[in-house]
Write a protein that binds this ligand. Structure first.
Ligand code: MN
Length: 744
């Protein structure tokens, strides 16, 4: 922030009265270039706004002309100035964005569109955190920084003509300007606009204080002017004496808002604000800045702790200068800023200076590249800009793309990470709103909950007591708050279902083994069994069974001594079961580390294994069977084995992923029959390689009738990838047939 600035300059306080005056202003820096774009935009806008009158009684058209005048004073490019002329046509007249593009260009259309969007936003509370969010929202909506420059010029012209508004509107607009637009101008380093916005806002938001200060300042005008001359003379004779320096000295009171802020901060009267005057010395280069500083300090005693070297350490908005406060003539404190011409330009025009360099002085265009790193520092999002073209791209679109800003129905602004959905929004309001969120409207339109919100959207959440979070929501939200709340809820629901399923499974298995679960529940041994198996209570036991972590056999061994004896007999079948149990446990441990790609009856924390007979891969229709001690086995629905299975054990399973995730392997077997031609195998393996498919195993044999049969076991992500691979193989010359082998 440029905290102490001398009142603005460079921007004329009057608007151009007609096209010729506007063109003259542009000519001032643009030279003899083609200005037909401006002429055309002027006429177009004049026609569009024809008959519209401002509150002041002036034709409405004078407003866009005023805005264009300010943009011309900032020496912006022609597209931006044309946008100043056109900025209200889409919002306030019959003109459409298509008309703008047809008559002008796509880039002018985008600029006008950006300004219109910002104009349509209504803010409720603009203070503090809200103000910060709104500023970021405006930048995010603007995309192209020039949109914000037009918006600032628009606001500046509206502030200049605010006296025609009713008092309550003046107050609201002035407050909004102080909260939002002046800080925005400051962040963008445009102190000329910032200073004028602040003093105009001051005038309308605290009129009594403003005019009180105006009087105080006016009263001492003569005295002050004499003093300023005195300082200038002493400085000049000192500087002239010591060297052949080219310099320029300016001196004036600081702007009223900054004086008022100082009074407020220190709780003092105007008379006690002694450093009201600020002086500026502008020289040609950096060494001269330090040289002049030496002269100043030898002339007047510096106040300790007030010297600041913003040349060696520029501010984040790229402001550079030397600041010092000294005991001037009559022992009065005066502040002196020392800077080069170029620094002065940047201080006055900030980001806008970038376009000045572009149009005017080509040699400094590259030099300005580094200087605008602050624009990216402005946001927490860092991008490496390699070339100046890339830099412009960053300025245009990457500013706040990692964050979005949306409205609540009451007009508050909320910040979210990019990609956030109404689910995130609902949870940000309240956990209950999230948990019962049944639908959403964006800008009044009903949308799916997974819709990504955009900056400027107005979000409304509908709730229903019967609604509860589903697992799918996790894929459709990005904030950690929403995710953790959903996860907690889903876990809880899964636990409930695991409990019911565990009890059913036990019931069945107990009966098969000749025991009664009901009796077990009432048994005096219950607590001992629970303790031995590490379960907290009966419910916990069932949940563990439901998740496949404990099986009926584990319980029966602890519960019934005679059962234990029967299973401990060294029977072949039981050994086999023990072995399988080991496999099961190790698989369970492995599984805990990786995410399950199968959900069982809606739960994904259940032990599953894929049947070796049919090797399902994502995309295949599947069915699951509960197998004792082995969790759930997943088959392809059309697997031959499925028809021999006990319906009682069938359970619904589903893929939780479209593709096999990284790090998990699913193998499919493919059989290729071809002519036995040399080089064909190479072509086949090359096909897999280009598709990034690993071959685990390949068997090749030839037949008597000069055919080759190749069997490939390949790792695929889903059926789609498999069918692509198969169709590629099919196209190889010499290949007769490609089939997937499902029964192995
Ligand atoms: Mn406007």
């Amino acid at each position: 922030m440029v905290d102490t600035v001398i009142a603005s300059e460079g921007i004329s306080e009057t608007s151009p009265k007609n096209l010729q005056e506007l063109l003259d202003r542009i000519r001032g820096f643009y030279g003899q270039g083609d200005l037909s774009l401006i002429e055309k935009a002027y006429e177009f806008s004049q026609k569009a706004h024809e008959g519209q009158i401002r509150r002041s009684g002036e034709p409405y058209f004078m407003h866009p002309v005023g805005v264009a005048g300010i943009l011309a004073d900032l020496r912006l490019d022609l597209d931006t100035i044309a946008t100043g002329l056109l900025h209200d046509t889409v919002e306030d007249t019959d003109v459409t964005l298509d008309d703008i593009e047809k008559n002008f260009s796509k880039s002018v259309r985008e600029l006008v569109d950006g300004v219109t969007k910002i104009s349509q936003m209504k803010f409720k509370n603009t203070h503090e955190k809200q103000g910060e969010n709104i500023r970021k929202m405006i930048v995010a909506m603007g995309k192209d920084v020039r949109v914000i420059l037009v918006k600032l010029a628009d606001r500046l012209h509206n502030m200049r003509t605010l006296n025609h508004m009713p008092y309550n509107k003046q107050l609201r607009i002035a407050t909004e300007t102080l909260d939002i637009y002046a800080p925005l101008a400051s962040r963008l380093g445009i102190s000329s606009v910032k200073v004028e916005l602040e003093d105009l806002s001051f005038r309308y938001s605290k009129p009594e204080m403003f005019y009180h200060l105006v009087q105080k300042v006016a009263k001492k005008k003569k005295e002050r002017e004499r003093y300023i001359d005195e300082v200038k003379n002493q400085l000049a004779s000192e500087l002239d004496k010591r060297s052949k320096l080219k310099y320029e000295i300016q001196g004036r009171p600081k702007h009223l808002w900054s004086i008022y802020r100082k009074m407020e901060r220190r709780n003092i009267d105007y008379e006690q604000v002694y450093d009201v005057l600020a002086f500026r010395i502008v020289v040609d280069n950096v060494p001269e800045c330090y040289e002049v500083l030496g002269h100043v300090h030898s002339l007047w005693k510096p106040i300790p702790g007030r010297f600041k070297d913003y040349i060696a350490m520029p501010k984040v908005n790229n402001y550079q200068s030397l600041h010092t406060t000294v005991m001037g003539p009559n022992a009065e404190r005066i502040e002196i800023q020392i800077r080069t011409q170029e620094m002065h330009l940047v201080a006055e025009r900030g980001i806008a200076a970038h376009w000045i360099y572009k149009e005017g002085n080509q040699s400094t265009a590259n030099g300005s590249l580094d200087k605008f790193h602050w624009l990216r520092d402005l946001v927490s999002h860092h991008q490496n800009a390699g070339s100046s073209g890339e830099f412009l791209e960053n300025v245009k679109s990457e500013l706040f793309e990692s964050e979005i800003y949306v409205f609540t129905p009451t007009g508050e602004v909320k910040e979210f990470p990019e990609g956030a959905t109404p689910i995130d929004f609902a949870y940000s309001i309240h956990t209950d709103v999230g948990n019962h969120c049944s639908g959403a409207r964006i800008n009044g339109r009903l949308v799916p909950l997974k819709t990504r919100m955009k900056s400027g959207d107005r979000i409304e959440i509908m709730t229903n007591d019967n609604q509860s979070p589903s697992k799918d929501w996790l894929k459709n939200c990005v904030t950690s708050k929403a995710k953790s709340k959903i996860r907690w809820h889903v876990k809880n629901e899964e636990r409930k279902r695991a409990l019911v399923m565990g009890e059913q499974m036990l019931e069945k298995d107990f009966r098969k083994a000749g025991y009664s679960l009901a009796k077990f529940e009432k048994s005096s041994k219950l607590n001992e069994v629970l303790r031995k198996l590490g379960a907290n209570d009966l419910d916990d036991l069932y949940v563990r069974v439901g998740y496949g972590k404990i099986v009926a056999k584990d319980i029966l061994i602890e519960y019934a001594p005679e059962y234990k004896e029967s299973v401990e007999k060294p029977a072949v079948e039981e050994n086999d079961e023990n072995f399988l149990q080991k496999v099961y446990r190790s698989a369970l441990n492995k599984k805990r580390k990786s995410k399950s790609i199968i959900s069982v009856d809606g739960m994904d924390d259940v032990l599953v294994r894929f049947a070796k007979c049919c090797n399902p891969i994502p995309g295949d229709p599947i069915v699951g069977f509960i197998s004792r001690g082995r969790g759930i086995t997943v088959h392809r629905s059309d697997c031959e084995r499925v028809f021999a299975m006990d319906d009682q054990r069938e359970i619904e399973v589903a893929w939780t992923v479209d593709k096999v995730p990284e790090g998990v392997e699913r193998t499919a077997r493919v059989r290729v029959v071809s002519h036995d031609i040399p080089g064909l195998l190479g072509k086949m393996t090359e096909t897999f390689a280009t598709l990034n498919i690993n071959i685990h195993n390949a068997q090749i044999r030839t037949t008597k009738d000069k055919k080759a049969i190749c069997i490939f076991d390949i790792s695929v992500r889903d059926t789609e990838q498999l069918s692509i691979a198969m169709s590629h193989l099919q196209k190889i010359q010499g290949v007769l047939g490609v089939t997937r082998v499902t029964q192995i």
